[in-house]
Design a protein around this ligand. Structure first.
Ligand code: ARG
Length: 669
């Protein structure tokens, strides 16, 4: 994947040729060109004065455009947060380059240090370089020596206070206090802004994607929650995100549903049938399909008529889809999900061409009447046409892939789908490469897979009676449990009914989302209301309480937002206390965390980080007075403003983190 340009400011300071300088050079050239053309025109010797004037105008336009983008880029880089890790990587990259100019692709490893005695960050490249020197040049150099050489070549920069060589060859980096302090002030003044992303990309995210007439189950809930956060993250990073609901709305089940509808509600063309429970309706039609020969025949005819777009059948199909759609929307409303519907049916017209394209390029084999495509590396072929001429899940996914690549011009496609469909998706992606729709070096097509949701008994998530759990019931139960919890903590005695209700919704839906997001999506995960509502440990309940408390600190000291804003501009954030220093650095790791997730799509890293931030904050709050009070009277005697600013910076980053996770804190809880 192309590397993001995270830190224009830092880049400007280093020897590599930054984009902005290219623009400046270009401007110089263009200016010279304009001057030349101007003179040319004045002399009146041009045979095509008009043409040159035109050219001149175009160049001026382009010059202005370049100037503007240069300015924008500059102001963005000043306001945005710095990714300290990549900043250090650039610095150490330059140092290694200077120390070992002819080493190709030397390993560049920079990580935050685990213990204060090892500094703030560590560069661990010396060990790797030592091995490379031994392997490629048969030079035996001990890593410590290499580390020293790297350290000597560190270019001038604004963030490193000093480095120390430790152990076999670690380079421990101590950051400059004034640098960290300045970054925190800038964060408070400008808000959380990520470093510029380079080219804005088109990102297509396929998520949620339940099936019409079938229950939207916990697997779909997982996809919905993870997908929504993924979209929010890419949007926050400045990309253009298309959120797609790949609804299963075109399968053969519609034949039996429509046939059943015709029997049950024959006047469906004029009156909207009251199918309250589409599940029961589906079950009944399925039973008839399996037991009544005549019905089965008619169901098949219905599929054919639907697929040939007969208006009456389209009407019936729409009615059925509408019932499901309304059910799905209830869930999306609760969880604040934004998504557009683009189900399998959307691609129906394209499927014929897809089959033809594979045939024309010689990839199709006929097997027992079916048209199949073998993809190198995958033992099971894709079936692109059934023997009865119908299309399959494979065909609609191939069509969707092509549409997303060629029509939507997606640079990054993400499929948030359960791990069970991994082979299917990988085969589809490989087929897309085989036929030349995309090059994985240019376009990123990723399956963001996730494991299954288990019940507390570690078995498939079911109700006590063994039925599948209806999502809407699950959300209802979450609400009820959240309210019980709030009442347990006697919050009903402190909060107004409106505040209590707001807290209930925030806790219930926040916890359900967070429980999912805080687990590595690749693992199976155990759904437990007790665990997710526990206000100790890495849960939304804990974080929401912590956040509300942090936000209240300044308020309780009678410091309003305006005063904080003023202080942010005027006060220096002192970071002398060990816990202030630890918290300050932790806050500034936010961009580094997000960048990692943009690459590996593992959102639990953000949850882990927010939890670390909250506990680091608690350590700070426990040992550093923000507001000093008279022991007897309880009156405020001193406000340590720089510490309130640290509280504020913590809350600002937490709020942004919540926003990406789709968690909505409330003012009081
Ligand atoms: N409707 C499918 C299911 O419920 C999920 C679709 C996922 N997206 C895709 N492009 N295949 O299993």
């Amino acid at each position: 994947m192309e590397k993001f340009v995270w830190n224009v400011e830092a880049l400007l300071k280093f020897p590599s040729v930054p984009e902005c300088l290219v623009s400046e050079n270009e401007i110089k050239l263009l200016t010279a060109e304009i001057e030349r053309l101007k003179n040319f025109g004045c002399l009146g010797v041009s045979p095509s004065l008009e043409g040159l004037r035109d050219e001149n105008a175009k160049l001026k336009y382009r010059l202005n455009f370049l100037k503007k983008s240069l300015q924008e880029e500059r102001s963005k880089s000043v306001k945005s947060m710095i990714n300290i890790n990549s900043c250090l990587q650039e610095i150490f990259g330059a140092a290694i380059q200077a120390a070992y100019p002819d080493l190709e692709n030397p390993p560049l490893v920079v990580t935050p240090s685990q213990q204060p005695k090892f500094g703030d960050y560590q560069c661990n490249s010396a060990m790797g370089i030592s091995q490379i020197l031994l392997k490629t040049r048969e030079q035996k150099v001990i890593p410590r020596e290499i580390a020293e050489k790297i350290a000597k070549n560190i270019p001038a920069n604004e963030c490193i206070e000093k480095v120390e060589i430790a152990g076999p060859g670690f380079i421990n980096v101590h950051l400059r206090k004034d640098f960290v302090s300045k970054q925190l002030s800038s964060l408070l003044i400008n808000g959380v802004q990520l470093p510029a992303v380079g080219k804005r990309k088109k990102v297509v995210v396929d998520f949620s994607s339940p099936n019409i007439a079938k229950e939207m189950h916990v697997g779909h809930l997982r996809s919905t929650i993870i997908g929504e956060s993924m979209c929010r993250l890419f949007e926050f990073a400045g990309h253009d995100v298309l959120r797609l609901n790949h609804l299963g709305d075109w399968g053969t089940q519609f034949g039996m549903l429509i046939a059943h509808l015709q029997d049950k509600f024959p006047d469906y063309l004029t009156v909207s049938p009251p199918i309250g429970d589409l599940q029961a309706f589906y079950k009944e039609s399925k039973r008839r399909f399996d037991t009544e020969e005549e019905f089965k025949k008619r169901a098949y005819q219905c599929v054919v008529l639907l697929q040939s777009k007969n208006p009456d059948f389209i009407k019936a199909w729409n009615l059925i889809c509408d019932v499901s759609r309304k059910e799905f929307q209830k869930i999306y409303n609760c969880l604040d999900i934004t998504i557009i519907e683009r189900g399998e049916s959307f691609y129906h017209e394209m499927m014929k061409d897809i089959v033809k394209e594979f045939e024309d390029k010689g990839f199709v084999q006929v097997d027992d009447g079916r048209k199949i495509v073998f993809v190198p590396g995958f033992p099971v072929p894709l079936t692109i046409m059934k023997s009865d001429g119908g299309y399959t899940y494979d065909t609609s996914d191939l069509a969707a892939l092509k549409h997303r690549l060629c029509e939507e011009k997606g640079d990054i496609l993400i499929y948030v789908v359960d791990s069970g469909q991994s082979v299917h998706l990988q085969t589809v992606f490989a087929a897309g490469q085989m036929i030349g729709w995309y090059d994985p070096k240019v376009t990123r097509v990723a399956h963001a897979a996730f494991g299954v949701v288990l019940g507390e008994d570690k078995k498939k998530f079911k109700t006590r009676s063994g039925d599948t759990v209806r999502l809407i019931d699950l959300l209802e139960e979450g609400l009820k449990r959240a309210m019980d919890k709030l009442k347990d903590k006697e919050r009903d005695k402190v909060l107004t009914p409106e505040e209590l209700k707001a807290a209930q919704t925030s806790v219930a839906f926040g916890c359900i989302k967070y429980a999912d997001l805080s687990h590595n999506r690749l693992n199976d995960y155990v759904f437990s209301f007790d665990k997710m509502l526990d206000d100790r440990g890495n849960t939304a309940a804990y974080l929401l309480y912590a956040f509300t408390r942090i936000r209240a600190i300044a308020r309780l000291a009678n410091i309003d937002e305006q005063m904080l804003r003023k202080a942010a501009r005027e006060e220096v954030l002192v970071l002398d206390h060990e816990k202030e220093w630890k918290l300050g650095k932790c806050i500034l790791r936010f961009p580094e965390i997000l960048q990692k997730i943009l690459e590996d799509l593992l959102l639990h890293t953000l949850c882990d980080y927010l939890y670390e931030l909250a506990t680091t904050f608690t350590e700070f709050y426990d040992s550093c007075y923000c507001v000093e009070k008279d022991r007897q009277t309880g009156q405020i005697v001193k406000v340590n403003m720089w510490r309130l600013l640290l509280c504020e910076a913590t809350a600002t980053v937490m709020a942004k983190g919540f926003d990406i996770l789709g968690i909505k804190p409330v003012q009081k809880m």
